[in-house]
Structures are given as structure tokens and as C-alpha cells.
Design a binder for this molecule. Structure first.
Ligand SMILES: Nc1ncnc2c1ncn2[C@@H]1O[C@H](COP(=O)(O)OP(=O)(O)O)[C@@H](O)[C@H]1O
Ligand SMILES: CC(=O)OP(=O)(O)O
Ligand SMILES: [Mg+2]
Length: 401
């Protein structure tokens, strides 16, 4: 393979399309894959979209503002840049994060026309993520026809949820139509479990574990003997914990109430619970935990939003521990879980009854183990990396071709 700006190829490209962001990373196709450069488009669809590039070697972020009207436009810009930096011929495969795989997909798979048709069919399951993810697969296909593309599903980690956890308490006929609890953030869960196997005590990864993925989207998952047995998100990623802009679980009665009293229609309701709720909705200030922590001393709305987030997270730890029949390990991850020491402290407050005690110094310093020496539950901080998980899966799939 020819020499490129990032050394010799071949490369794997990973594509992670969020609701208004796009993360792309280039890996050298080795075992394990080596991250060469990462690129983040944020605020897609806004006039001040930002492109941030972080090189795998210097780790120095370089940002510039540019108009990115939608995900496909971001992908086109990126492919153009990659053509010059590495040559598209040096890219062996592209791996996409696909948030929803419905009942059909339980492992990473090569994208086929049939898969695209099925993803289009289930798009209404997750209109926040699936349409843009499909458009990214299509954008790559247009630019590089025939290139190996794989879909890595967030729902896959939870595919074998116990029936009682997956079943929704609504008329049975909907279950047959795919209306069930699926669970998300599975790529992050898979990565965290791999890391726990690497850094944990002997047998720890086979114990009773809660993975707290707290980012803009936030969910917690109970894992026993390596298997997801319960998780806070259900049919869509709007459910579960309150998030940066998403409401999380709500009383279903609210939908009918707002329709009757305000004439609120489906689209308006969808926008409210996905884009105008959570930390942003309660604080009326910001969806960003950093901003709220900085303002909570002087603005009671910021304080209430942070308190609400920590309260629901603590409640979820208790509920998930009950489904596990006790707890051995609690893992904090995601932007908030990895960086917000005060939030971690508040989630773990008054949890001694469950064996959770964290050491304030370790927590403040963000050490890999946060629990006290004598703590019954090992509380850990593990940075997640969905991109590496995707690249690993693609490398494995290529090996099976
Ligand atoms: N130092 C920090 N202190 C508090 N919150 C932080 C810090 N760094 C990042 N966060 C929060 O992490 C969240 C973003 O999480 P991240 O996992 O990066 O997002 P995404 O889900 O979009 O991948 C934001 O709410 C941000 O405020
Ligand atoms: C599944 C999900 O919530 O994804 P994100 O956190 O990237 O929005
Ligand atoms: Mg995320």
C-alpha cells in the first residue's frame, strides 16, 4: 500500500452520526485498529457548524466554523478531504454506527440493499437517528460504489434482554409489530465491557455491573455475566434518564393532556421531548452540564436541572441493582460520567446501603478507581470509545469475508 499523510494503509473509516453531530475517525486496519485522526462536525444544520480535527499523534484539536446543512453534506466534505489526505483507494472499509437495528439485527453486518430497505422501514422507530444514518451510508456509496460498508448496531448489545425486560405493558398485538424495549448505547457498553475485562479484577467482568453512559444521550445498563439484563432506554433513545435535550421517561398521560389543552400535535410533541426538554428544558439555559455546573450557585433553574439529573440517575442505579440482585461494579462513562466529578459524587450520595462509597479525592482527580479502598462496590471511571468498537468489529468482519 502507498504511503499517505497518515502512514501506510489500508484504513478503516468509522462514521458515527448523532442527532446533530457527526464523528468520523480513520484507523489503520490492524489488530487492534490504530486511531490515526478523528473529526467531529457539531451543530449540523446550524449556520455556525463546527469542524474539529484531532490527530491521533499530536492530540491537538484544530477547529473551524463552516456551513454543514446536513449529515450527507458533512460526509461529502470529509470524503473530499480524505481523498487528498489518504486517497480513497486506501480505505478498505467503512463502519457505521446505526442506533436502531430493530428485531432483525443482533450483530455487526455488511450493508446490503436488503438491509437498507429494512432500515428505511424501521426509520419511524427512531426518526432522530436512522434517516441521517441511512443518508451517511448512501453518501459513502455514491462516492465509493462497491466499497465494503458495515453497520454496527447500538441495540445489538441488548438483543437478548430477558423477555420480561423487553415486553411493553401495552396491548399484545404491538409486540408482534416490533414495539418492545430495545436499549441503546450498545457500542459504548461493548467497549466498556472489553475495557473492564482488561483492567478489572479477575472475574469482575462476569459479576453484577452497572454501566452508566452519561453523555448528551444518557443511559444505564445492568450487565450480569457479560449480558445486558436491563437498561434505562426502551423503544427509542428518548426514554429513560433525563438527558441534555431529551426528556427521558414521562407519564404517557401528558401526551393526551397537551393534545387536548394546547392542541399539541405529534410533530410538536416529538420536538419538545427530543430537543427542548431534559437539562435544557428545565434550566432554560443550556443543554450542557458544564454550563449548568458553572451557573448552579447563582441560578436556581440550573441547580434544579442538575439535581433532577442526579436524582434520576441515582434512582436508576437503585432499580438496576435490584434487577441484578446486588452490585459489584459501577462504571461511569460518557462526557458527563468521565468529566463531571460533582455529578458522580451526587449520584453516589447516600448509596452506602448498596455498598457504594466513593473517595472524594479520587473522584475529584478522576482516577480510574473512584471507590474507597474498603468499598464493597468497585466504582470505576472508564472513558468510552464507540469509534474503536466500530473499527474492531469491521476488522473482524473483513477477516471473515
Ligand atoms: N468537564 C466537564 N464537566 C461537566 N460536564 C462535561 C465536561 N466535559 C463534558 N461534559 C458534558 O458531557 C456532555 C457531552 O457528552 P459526550 O459523551 O461528549 O456527548 P455525545 O453523547 O454527544 O457523544 C455534555 O453535557 C457536556 O457538558
Ligand atoms: C442512542 C443515543 O442516545 O445516542 P446519542 O447519545 O449519540 O444521541
Ligand atoms: Mg453519544
Amino acid at each position: 500500500m502507498a504511503q499517505t499523510a497518515f502512514g501506510p494503509g489500508p484504513f478503516i473509516l468509522t462514521v458515527n452520526g448523532g442527532s446533530s453531530s457527526l464523528k468520523v475517525a480513520l484507523f489503520r486496519d490492524e489488530n487492534p485498529p490504530v486511531s490515526m485522526v478523528r473529526c467531529l462536525f457539531s451543530r449540523i444544520g446550524f449556520p455556525d457548524s463546527l469542524m474539529t480535527v484531532v490527530s491521533g499523534t499530536t492530540k491537538k484539536p484544530e477547529s473551524r466554523t463552516l456551513a454543514v446543512p446536513d449529515h450527507a453534506a458533512g460526509m461529502d466534505l470529509l470524503m473530499h478531504w480524505l481523498e487528498q489526505a489518504v486517497g480513497l483507494g486506501n480505505i478498505r472499509a467503512v463502519g457505521h454506527r446505526v442506533v436502531h437495528g430493530g428485531v432483525t439485527y443482533s450483530r455487526p453486518e455488511r450493508v446490503t440493499p436488503d438491509m437498507l430497505a429494512e432500515l428505511r422501514r424501521i426509520s419511524p422507530y427512531d426518526p432522530e437517528h436512522l434517516p441521517s444514518e441511512i443518508s451517511l451510508i448512501e453518501a459513502v456509496g455514491r462516492r465509493c460504489p462497491g466499497l465494503f460498508q458495515a453497520a454496527c448496531f447500538d441495540t445489538a448489545f441488548h438483543h437478548d434482554l430477558p423477555r420480561v425486560a423487553a415486553l411493553l405493558p401495552i396491548p399484545r398485538r404491538y409486540d408482534a409489530q416490533g414495539l418492545r424495549r430495545y436499549g441503546f448505547h450498545g457500542l459504548s457498553c461493548a467497549f466498556l465491557m472489553r475495557e473492564l475485562t482488561r483492567v478489572g479484577k479477575t472475574g469482575e467482568a462476569d459479576g453484577r455491573i452497572i454501566l452508566a453512559h452519561l453523555g448528551n444521550g444518557a443511559s444505564m445498563t445492568a450487565v450480569r455475566r457479560g449480558r445486558s439484563i436491563e437498561t434505562t432506554m426502551g423503544f427509542t433513545p428518548t426514554s429513560g434518564l433525563p438527558m441534555s435535550r431529551r426528556s427521558g421517561d414521562l407519564d404517557p398521560g401528558i401526551i393526551a393532556y397537551l393534545a387536548r389543552t394546547e392542541g399539541m400535535d405529534v410533530e410538536r410533541f416529538h420536538r419538545m421531548v427530543n430537543a427542548e426538554s431534559g437539562l435544557l428544558g428545565v434550566s432554560e439555559l443550556s443543554p450542557d452540564m458544564r454550563d449548568l455546573l458553572a451557573q448552579e450557585a447563582r441560578d436556581p433553574r440550573a441547580a434544579e436541572a442538575v439535581a433532577l439529573f442526579c436524582y434520576h440517575a441515582r434512582k436508576a442505579v437503585g432499580a438496576l441493582a435490584a434487577t441484578l440482585g446486588g452490585l459489584d461494579t459501577l462504571v461511569f462513562s460518557g462526557g458527563i460520567g468521565e468529566h463531571a466529578a460533582p455529578v458522580r459524587a451526587r449520584i453516589c450520595e447516600s448509596m452506602e446501603f448498596l455498598g457504594i462509597t466513593i473517595d472524594p479525592r479520587r473522584n475529584q482527580a478522576g482516577e480510574p478507581v473512584l471507590s474507597r479502598q474498603d468499598g464493597q462496590v468497585t466504582v470505576r471511571l472508564i472513558p468510552t470509545d464507540e469509534e474503536t468498537e466500530i473499527a474492531r468489529s469491521v476488522h473482524e468482519l473483513l477477516g471473515m469475508e
